[in-house]
Design a protein around this ligand. Structure first.
Ligand code: NAG
Ligand code: NAG
Ligand code: NAG
Ligand code: NAG
Ligand code: NAG
Length: 356
C-alpha cells in the first residue's frame, strides 16, 4: 500500500514537472520564430556594444542610456566591468554617445551596475536622473542631478529600502519619489530558477517617497518595465513572462487600481516607453525568451518592437513595428521615438536607430 501511495505521488510529481515544463516553455515563448519586419535607414549607434538596457529621451532630444548591466544568468560581453550612463543628442545629424562623468563624494563607481532609469524635471528645469543599480548584487536607487554644461551627473543620494529588494525598473514622479518594479529574480536568478520555473508570480510594484513606501500592485510573473501616461493619470506595467501589459489608474493617494483588462501579446514585454506627444506606448520585446536566458551566438536572442495606440480605449491598435532574428540586434528591451525616428536598446548588445 505504502509503495502504491509512493508510486502515485511520484507519478503526480512527474506529471506536475511535465506540466510546469510545458508552461515554462510557453512563458518563455520558446517556440517563437520571428517573421522579419524592417524599418528604413537603420544604423547601429557607435560606442554601444555592451548593452543599452534602458534609455530615456528628454523632450529636447537629449537621451540618457544605461549600459553595461550585469544580470545574473544573462549574457554580458564585458563581465566584471562597472556600468555607465551615456548621453546622446538626437538633434545631431549623426548622434554619437558620450559617457557622463559621475561626481559626488559617496558614490562607488566600481560597483555601479545600472538597470532601469527614469528622469524627473522640476519647475526650475533641473533634471534628476533616477537609476536602479545593483552594487554587489543588491538593489539601490541612485539619485543624480544632471549638469548639462559639465556633461556630468552629480550623485545626491542612495535610496535603499526593504520593500525594494530586487529592483528592475522605475518611473519617477518626483525627484525622490517613484514607482518601481521588483522582479524578484535579480541577485539570485540561479537560486531562484525553480521559482521562475514554477511561475510563482512573486514580483510586485512599490510606491516610494521618503515618508511613505508601500506595495501598490502584486502577483506578477516577473514585473519588468513601468511607465506613466503623459498626463500622469495612468501607470503601465509590463509582466514579462505572462506577456501582458497592465493599465492602472493612479489615484491622488498614489494607489493603483486596474483600469481595464490587461493586453496580451505573443512576445515577452520588457520596458515601456510613452510618446509624450501622442501618448502611444512603445514596448521593447523578446519574441523568444529561451534564447535570451540561454545564450547561443549561433541562435541569438531576437528583437521586436510593438506600438500600442489608444491604449486607454476598448480597442487599442497594436502594431509590430520591428522584428528581427538577432543578426542585427540581440535582445531588445526598450524602444523610444523622437521626431519620426525610433531608438531601440538591448540588454547586453547594441543600440539601433531607425526612421519610422
Ligand atoms: C524604460 O524606457 C523608457 C524609454 O526610454 C524610459 O522612458 C523609462 O525611463 C524606462 N523605464 C521605465 C520606468 O519605464
Ligand atoms: C567599491 O566597490 C567595489 C566592488 O564592489 C568594492 O570592492 C570596494 O570595496 C568598494 N569600495 C568602497 C569604498 O566601498
Ligand atoms: C527653484 O529656484 C528658486 C530660485 O533659485 C529656489 O528658491 C527654489 O527652491 C527652486 N525650486 C526647486 C523645486 O528646486
Ligand atoms: C485611495 O484612493 C482611492 C480612490 O479615491 C480609494 O478608493 C482608496 O480607498 C484610497 N486608498 C487609501 C489607502 O487611502
Ligand atoms: C536571420 O535572417 C537573416 C536575413 O533574413 C538570415 O540571413 C540569417 O541566416 C538568419 N539568422 C538566423 C540565426 O536565423
Amino acid at each position: 500500500m505504502a509503495k502504491l501511495i509512493l508510486l502515485t505521488l511520484l507519478g503526480l510529481g512527474l506529471g506536475l514537472i511535465r506540466n510546469h515544463r510545458v508552461s515554462f516553455k510557453k512563458r518563455l515563448n520558446a517556440a517563437r520564430e520571428v517573421t522579419p519586419v524592417e524599418l528604413p535607414n537603420c544604423r547601429l549607434i557607435k560606442g554601444i556594444d555592451t548593452g543599452s538596457e534602458d534609455l530615456e529621451i528628454l523632450p529636447n532630444g537629449l537621451t540618457f542610456i544605461s549600459t553595461g548591466l550585469q544580470y545574473p544568468g544573462v549574457k554580458s560581453f564585458e563581465p566584471n566591468k562597472p556600468g555607465k550612463i551615456l548621453l546622446m543628442d538626437l538633434n545631431k545629424e549623426d548622434p554619437a554617445v558620450l559617457e557622463l562623468k559621475i561626481t559626488g563624494n559617496n558614490f562607488n563607481l566600481s560597483s555601479f551596475n545600472p538597470h532601469g532609469i527614469s528622469t524627473f524635471t522640476d519647475k526650475n528645469n533641473t533634471v534628476y536622473l533616477l537609476v536602479v543599480s545593483h552594487p554587489d548584487l543588491k538593489s539601490t536607487v541612485e539619485l543624480f542631478k544632471f549638469q548639462e554644461e559639465e556633461k556630468s551627473l552629480l550623485h545626491l543620494k542612495t535610496i535603499r529600502h526593504e520593500l525594494l529588494p530586487n529592483l528592475n525598473d522605475l518611473v519617477a514622479v518626483g525627484p525622490e519619489q517613484f514607482y518601481a518594479t521588483n522582479d524578484h529574480y535579480f541577485v539570485d536568478l540561479y537560486l531562484r530558477s525553480w521559482e521562475v520555473y514554477l511561475g510563482l508570480a512573486w514580483s510586485y510594484v512599490v510606491y516610494y517617497s521618503p515618508n511613505d513606501v508601500r506595495v501598490v500592485a502584486d502577483r506578477f510573473d516577473f514585473a519588468n518595465g513601468i511607465n506613466i501616461s503623459p498626463d500622469g493619470r495612468y501607470v503601465y506595467v509590463a509582466e514579462l513572462l505572462a506577456h501582458k501589459i497592465h493599465v492602472y489608474e493612479k489615484h491622488a493617494n498614489w494607489t493603483l487600481t486596474p483600469l481595464k483588462k490587461s493586453l496580451t501579446f505573443n512576445t515577452l514585454v520588457d520596458n515601456i516607453s510613452v510618446d509624450p506627444v501622442t501618448g502611444d506606448v512603445w514596448v521593447g520585446c523578446h519574441p523568444n525568451g529561451m534564447r535570451l536566458f540561454s545564450y547561443d551566438e549561433k541562435n541569438p536572442p531576437t528583437s521586436e518592437v510593438i506600438q500600442i495606440q489608444n491604449i486607454l480605449t476598448d480597442e487599442p491598435k497594436v502594431t509590430v513595428v520591428y522584428s528581427e532574428n538577432g543578426t542585427v540586434l540581440q535582445g531588445s528591451t526598450v524602444a523610444s521615438v523622437y521626431k519620426g525616428k525610433l531608438l531601440i536598446g538591448t540588454v547586453f548588445h547594441k543600440a539601433l536607430y531607425c526612421e519610422l
